[in-house]
Structure formats: structure tokens, C-alpha cells
Design a protein around this ligand. Structure first.
Ligand code: NAD
Length: 452
């Protein structure tokens, strides 16, 4: 059993059973049977089943959101968006079973066709920061492509994923096709990696664990998609709308209390507008509404756990170069105020992923310096570029080594566009029109046409 704690109140929420490796083996055996029948079903039938699953999620958005507020401390508005995102991802990929059409390639002497065959049983391992959307980025396209899915939620935040598993069954998905297996990473996750019949892994989490998963998966040449850490840059040039850049910067990094792989946790500001930007940033940071996640006005909730609070707090010792901070409630709960630091370029707050509401602001000299600074990291997930010069926006977008960039905004993830990281932020891409193909093997068949 593991005991879940409400991070906003520190009250015990409930106990959740932790499964063992034998449970994974049983689940894989059931999934293999279910997968064969699922892959053999008519594409329209699979599409209808996914649409029914989407409808079931839609009918339970309020319940799912309330669970996430209690388990993860996400503000209610954000939690509703996350549950709605699962519905939207399912709807989008419900169109795929009828569109995985393969190809016919002209060759001499016969007919050459390419099939997109399902891989089989897919294991999805998720982190605690966005339990619902991240799970759906894996399971929806995998199911659409004809696979069975086993999913292991993070130890701290399993409740919404468990509920999604129940909703899938209630919606009529075949038993065994989509199974949720709560438990430890070192037990359940590890068995996903070592089980020979789990043919593909989708891992979202830290670069440290992702590296181990990839290394172990190599022994079976197991397919992996990795979505890992980030330390993204928000680059503010002197020719941008500085008021808007400053007003939106807190939301580019403090969303989900900074527990966001796409958090723009390094703000890089052209030196000649640095002081002005900081003047504008201060009221914006102080204006972030931090408090009870069940309250509709709340913009930022607590950190997910005491252990994580300690890790984040370790980056802000008493002598930290704090420029200014926002507010946070006192009393029970893992509260941490939005915090703005102005450290040296080499400081560990600039180089390491803090995964909390702590942002560093650094000055840069010119475009070349901004690009060099933005790329001076092992990560490459997302980033923002603020400029009113279109040529500069395009030059810098092409030069920054990251998978998801936004100009004059902080958007990163849309279900219909590809998402993923450069360098040590990951391997492969999720979402977008091609995601189902990443859950297939390409099979080519040549059929000789005899002479008459
Ligand atoms: P984590 O790496 O500690 O854990 C992620 C998952 O892996 C959990 O379910 C955990 O139980 C499991 N796990 C742990 N050890 C394992 C093992 N040996 N084998 C298999 N599975 C194992 O990460 P976390 O702390 O839950 O999440 C935070 C991290 O996730 C951050 O680094 C963040 O940037 C990253 N993240 C990335 C993305 C992205 O899309 N790139 C999205 C969200 C979070």
C-alpha cells in the first residue's frame, strides 16, 4: 500500500495498492489476447470504441478534475483543462484507425504494398506532474494503431489514471486492452522494461531514469519514446512588446507551480532593456494568485509533495540572489512562492532543472549571445522568443536547439502538432498526425504478378 497525501492540506487522501512484478506478467498475458482481437476488429469499430471512451471522459471531466485537485494540488481550472485534453486527444486519434492506410509503391514485376502493423503490447510510464494528459499522449495513439496498453502512473499521483482505466471499461473497451498498474518504478516500471512481450515503452520522466530505461531496453532492441527534462529559455529582445513579455513571463514558468517540463525557467533579456523588464516583471510575479487549488481564482497551487518541496527549497538558500518573490499561503501544504533569481550564468539554478516556481533572469548582449546562452544546456525541449522583427524570430527559432518553440507566446503542447525534445530532453515525438505511426512496424509485401 502507498498512502497518498493532499499536497494543499497535508491530510491523508487514501491508500492505493502497489502491484508487484507478477501482476505485470499476468497483465501482459491478458493484454496479448485482447490486442489480437482488437487489431482484428474493423477499423470503424476501433474508431467507435475510442469515441465512446472520449465521451465517457467528457461526462466525467468534473470528477477527474476534482481527483487531480486533491491528489496533485492542481488549480481546478487547470485540472478541468487536463481532463478535457484527454477527451480531445482520444477524439483526435479516434480518426486514425480508418486512416492508417499504408502505401502502394510502383515496382517491377508485381504489386508492392506497405502495411502499418501494430507493435503489440505497449508500456506507458508517466510522471507525477501532468498525470492525465501525459498518459493520453501515449495510450490514445497506441490504441488507435491497434495495440494494447499497460500504463504505470507515478507513485504520488495514480488516482486519475486509475479512474481513466475504469472509464475505458465502462465505455466498452475490451477487458485487458487498457490496464492501469499502480506501483513502484523500480518494480512495475522495471518489469515493463524487462518483459520481452512489452514491445514498446513510452517513458516520460527525468533524464536520469529515462537514460536507464533506454539502456536496459537496448538489450531487447525494445522501441522507446522518451520525454525527459527541460531547462527552457524565454528570450526577450529589446524590439519586442516588453510589457506583454513581462506580464506573461510568470505564466510561462510558474504554471503548475513550475512542475512543467516546458517551463521557461531561464529568462534571457537583452541587456539594454534588462532593468526596465525587471521593473515590469516584479508586479506580474507578485500578482500570481497562489492558494487553495479548489478556488477558481487560484492560478498556482502547492508543490506535489514534501520531498519535492525540499528539493526545490534547496535551490533557494538564505544567501540566494533573490530579486523578488510572489506570495504563498502559510500553514499546512507544500507552498512555495514564485521566486525570481539573478544568478551568474554558471550557477546550478541556471543549469539544473528545478521543477518548481523558481526562475533565473540573465542579461545577454546581442542575438548571437542569446542563441549561445539558450543552447548552453544539455536539454532542448521548448522555449519562447519575444521580438517584433520577423526575420529575427525566424533566425532565432531555427538556431535554438529545442523541439517546441513559440514566438511572442508561451504555448507548447497541442494534440494536433508534434511534441518532444532535442538533446537530452528526449527521443522521438508524441502527438500530431504521425503519432499512431510511432506505434506501428512498417511491413512491406511484394506480390509477384505472373506472366499470362
Ligand atoms: P521520474 O523519472 O522520477 O519518474 C517517472 C516515472 O518513472 C514514474 O512513474 C516512476 O515510478 C518511474 N520509474 C522510476 N524508476 C524507474 C525504473 N527504474 N524503471 C522504470 N520506471 C521507473 O520523474 P518524475 O519525478 O515523476 O517527473 C519529473 C520529471 O519528468 C522531470 O524531469 C520532467 O521534466 C519530466 N517530464 C518530462 C515531460 C516531457 O514531455 N518531456 C513531461 C513531464 C515531465
Amino acid at each position: 500500500m502507498s498512502t497518498l497525501i493532499n499536497p494543499a492540506t497535508e491530510e491523508v487522501l487514501r491508500d492505493v495498492e502497489q502491484l508487484d512484478a507478477d501482476a505485470v506478467d499476468d497483465a501482459v498475458a491478458r493484454a496479448q489476447v485482447a490486442q489480437k482481437a482488437w487489431a482484428a476488429a474493423a477499423p470503424a469499430e476501433r474508431a467507435a470504441a475510442l469515441r465512446a471512451f472520449a465521451a465517457a471522459v467528457d461526462a466525467h471531466v468534473g470528477e477527474l478534475a476534482a481527483l487531480e485537485v486533491a491528489n496533485s494540488g492542481h488549480p481546478i481550472g487547470a485540472a478541468e483543462w487536463e481532463a478535457g485534453a484527454v477527451r480531445d486527444v482520444l477524439q483526435f486519434y479516434a480518426a486514425s484507425p480508418e486512416r492508417l492506410s499504408g502505401s502502394q509503391i510502383p515496382v517491377a514485376g508485381g504489386l508492392n504494398v506497405t502495411f502499418n502493423e501494430p507493435i503489440g503490447v505497449v508500456g506507458v510510464i508517466t510522471p507525477w506532474n501532468f498525470p492525465m494528459p501525459i498518459a493520453s499522449w501515449g495510450f490514445a495513439p497506441a490504441l488507435a494503431a491497434g495495440n494494447a496498453v499497460l500504463i504505470k502512473p507515478a507513485e504520488w499521483t495514480p488516482l486519475t489514471t486509475i479512474r481513466l482505466g475504469e472509464l475505458a471499461l465502462e465505455a466498452g473497451l475490451p477487458a485487458g486492452l487498457f490496464q492501469v498498474l499502480p506501483g513502484k518504478g523500480s518494480v512495475i516500471g522495471e518489469r515493463f522494461v524487462t518483459h520481452p512481450d512489452v514491445r514498446k515503452l513510452v517513458f516520460t520522466g527525468s533524464t536520469e531514469v529515462g537514460t536507464q530505461v533506454m539502456a536496459k531496453a537496448a538489450s531487447q532492441v525494445k522501441r522507446v519514446t522518451l520525454e525527459l527534462g527541460g531547462k527552457s529559455a524565454n528570450i526577450v529582445f529589446d524590439d519586442c512588446d516588453l510589457e506583454r513579455a513581462a506580464a506573461t513571463a510568470p505564466y510561462g514558468v510558474f504554471d503548475n507551480a513550475g512542475q512543467d517540463c516546458c517551463a521557461r525557467s531561464r529568462i534571457l533579456v537583452q541587456r539594454n532593456v534588462f532593468d526596465k523588464f525587471m521593473e515590469l516583471l516584479e508586479p506580474a510575479v507578485k500578482g500570481v494568485v497562489v492558494g487553495d487549488p479548489a478556488n477558481r481564482d487560484t492560478e498556482m497551487g502547492p508543490l506535489v509533495s514534501k520531498k519535492h518541496w525540499q528539493s526545490v527549497a534547496g535551490y533557494v538558500p538564505d544567501d540566494a540572489p533573490v530579486a523578488f518573490r510572489g506570495s504563498a499561503p502559510s500553514g499546512p501544504g507544500y507552498w512555495f512562492p514564485p521566486t525570481v533569481l539573478t544568478p551568474q550564468r554558471t550557477d546550478r539554478t541556471v543549469t539544473e532543472e528545478i521543477f518548481g516556481p523558481v526562475v533565473t533572469v540573465l542579461p545577454f548582449e546581442d542575438e548571437a549571445d542569446a542563441i549561445a546562452l539558450a543552447n548552453d544546456t544539455e536539454y532542448g525541449l521548448s522555449g519562447s522568443i519575444w521580438t517584433d522583427n520577423l526575420s529575427r524570430a525566424l533566425r532565432v527559432s531555427r538556431a535554438v536547439e529545442a523541439g517546441n518553440l513559440s514566438v511572442n507566446s508561451h504555448s507548447s503542447v497541442r494534440y494536433n502538432t508534434p511534441f518532444g525534445g532535442f538533446k537530452q530532453s528526449g527521443l522521438g515525438r508524441e502527438l500530431g498526425p504521425d503519432a499512431p505511426l510511432h506505434f506501428t512496424e512498417t511491413k512491406n509485401v511484394f506480390i509477384a504478378i505472373g506472366e499470362k
